[in-house]
Design a protein around this ligand. Sequence first.
Ligand SMILES: *Cc1c(COP(=O)(O)O)cnc(C)c1O
Length: 415
Amino acid sequence: MTGVHSWCRRIPSIAYRNASILNQFSLSSRLLSGTALKYSSSGKEKKLFTPGPLSVSLTVRQAALRDLGSRDIEFISTVKFLRSKLLEIAEVSKKYYTAVPVQGSGTFAVEAVFHTAVPKSYGKVLVLENGAYGKRMGKICEVLKIPYHMEGFAEDSKVTVERVEQILRNDPSFSMVAIVHCETSSGVINPVVEVGQSIKKIKPDCVYFVDAMSSFGAVPLDLESGNIDFLVSSVNKCLQGIPGFSYAIAKIEQLLQCKGNSRSLSLDLHDQYDGLEKTGQFRFTPPTHCMLAFCQAIKEFEEEGGVVGRSKRYRENRRILQEGMNKLGFEEFLSPDHDGYIITSYKFPKDPNFDFKTFYSKLNEKDLVIYPGKVLNADCFRIGTIGQLFPEDFHKLLACIEDVCKDMNIKLPVT
Ligand SMILES: *Cc1c(COP(=O)(O)O)cnc(C)c1O
């Protein structure tokens, strides 16, 4: 373990040596011309105001510039180190919880939990949904032919404990309840601890699954008091690693009961856990470069002050964005006093000259990437406040939004 620690500290010097390699890279991509450019990037740095992939630091990217064999002692201890760090960040006891990494994007971990934690013979899932990511959970159940009920809540409001209690009292056959912590389609933060406490009260043997993809590491969440059995997130959200794997934080006692449940070989969390515990290795090719980068990402996360420090920066990002967009007349999809600070949905202005595609492209030309909306009942676009973004990036974004509006002959403040 200490070996990895000291290795992590050595990264900056490795990164420094590799900086010249990087320069050569961008030089050669600049030298590419004509048709070749169609196949390669322009080499320009973009700021991603998106829900993923999101901006990461140069030092995190540089930490990936090293090959490492999957059986290398250093790699095995890196995996062990990262798994234990994830538990530390989740503030759960190693005695009761374990961290299981899964190759792939966030959805792979969501799917892995359904595969693993829903028994083939009697499983039935209650999906609490107030947006696209909740709906995706329902879609996964559909595809896996898992019996489920999807309970829909309005996209601009939180899941309510009362309704959950009512459903569980009326139908005792649910073996799992699934919910999204920060519904990234709108930015709503659901009361997952309160929901978990009522599940325990009404149906203690019910498995509780939380998709904390876009909140883990930046929105405090007490897994133990929320009775959370499975929580999933991905490296390329608030912990700011490069995309490549996701992970589940699972209650060991629950996970051990899941042997043989999975309808999938690669997405079997129980077997993934078993393999990692027994050999320290992944069952299939691990995302080695991504794990090295994640090691550096965690170092930077800790230097920033962990969950407290990161949430402080994201809140400040959100405050500046909110104030500036307000001045420009943009209206939020959620009531402006909502407590989320991960991502903000804005309604399209009514000005006839507003066209999202043009608005997006003009910002993109300035290397600022925003995101289309994902709510069903309103035309919106989204601006994320997570990732390697700082207050100055938001001042710049706001100034550019103002310029783009003027450029498009949109009257300011917009209506
Ligand atoms: C990003 C995200 C996911 C996973 O998306 P991927 O594209 O598979 O990484 C799942 N749920 C939520 C709430 C998210 O924000």
